[in-house]
Design a protein. Structure first.
Length: 99
């Protein structure tokens, strides 16, 4: 998995490429923990994300909760049809901003 980061004042965009699964979820979790502090908006660009597992969803849920605590927003953008389906089936589409 590759993560590209673009910072803009109190907003950050993380483009996640490849697979978000048990072996790569800790990498995203570490990046998010370091980057979310003091931000009002975190955007996850999933345009090049091929797959997401329950481990990846756990990281997103944790980040979503952390952003809410600091009155911020976590959004997922550009997810492909397969990743969107995972969000719908698991109910994450009701919890998170899926754009």
């Amino acid at each position: 998995m590759i993560i590209e980061i673009k910072r803009k004042q109190d907003k950050i965009v993380l483009k996640v490429c490849g697979r978000l699964d048990t072996s790569t979820a800790p990498q995203l979790e570490e990046e998010l923990e370091g980057e979310m502090k003091g931000r009002k908006e975190v955007i996850l660009d999933f345009s090049d994300l091929e797959y997401i597992s329950s481990a990846g969803l756990r990281v997103l849920l944790s980040a979503h909760k952390a952003m809410k605590k600091q009155n911020g927003r976590l959004a997922v953008q550009n997810a492909n049809e397969e990743v969107r389906e995972v969000f719908v089936i698991t109910g994450f589409s009701e919890i998170m901003d899926l754009e």
